[in-house]
Design a protein around this ligand. Structure first.
Ligand code: FES
Ligand code: FES
Length: 169
């Protein structure tokens, strides 16, 4: 399959044009292979191992990151496509002390933990849009990501608790 950048330049077998983007609040510049995924860039080039690869098909959401505040599957996003954009990962949220991280830990809202960073990133996007989400809204919002272990109950509780903490803070 031919690969082209957002303005239609063919990139097969080549490095993409130099990439500049903001990663967890820090400006970065990289030259990346045209076919490199955003997950590979984060994991292999920046050593950010918190974003987990599971299905590799853009289905499960475990590899979710925020691109300009929107949850996206990093496994299915070309690295070059974040040029000029802001990318936030679980490491950035943890470093900022986002209440979601504490709430997930306090409620043990995980078992294997493989989905956890994607769930937190996804929930961050929800709380940014709706700081006081109804329980059903949380349930529906999180349904785009797959958790194979927990049954979601404690994940929903953690998101609701974090919403209270954000409001109180
Ligand atoms: S690993 Fe990316 S969506 Fe499943
Ligand atoms: S805690 Fe194992 S997949 Fe969610």
């Amino acid at each position: 399959m031919a690969v082209s950048d957002p303005i239609g330049r063919q990139l097969d077998g080549e490095d993409a044009p130099p990439l500049r983007f903001v990663l967890n609040g820090i400006e970065r510049a990289e030259t990346v292979p045209a076919r490199m995924s955003l997950w590979e860039l984060l994991h292999d080039e920046f050593g950010l191992c918190g974003t987990k690869l599971s299905c590799s098909r853009g289905v499960c959401g475990s590899c979710s990151v925020l691109i300009d505040g929107v949850p996206q599957a990093s496994c299915s996003t070309f690295a070059f496509s974040v040029d000029g954009r802001r990318v936030d990962t679980i490491e950035g949220l943890a470093a900022a002390g986002h209440p979601l991280c504490e709430a997930f830990a306090a409620r043990s809202a995980f078992q294997c933990g493989y989905c956890t960073s994607g769930m937190i990133v996804l929930a961050k996007a929800l709380l940014d849009r709706d700081p006081h989400p109804a329980r059903q809204t949380v349930v529906e919002w999180l349904s785009s990501n797959v958790c194979r272990c927990t049954g979601y109950a404690m994940i929903v509780e953690a998101v609701l608790a974090a919403a209270e903490a954000v409001t109180d803070g």
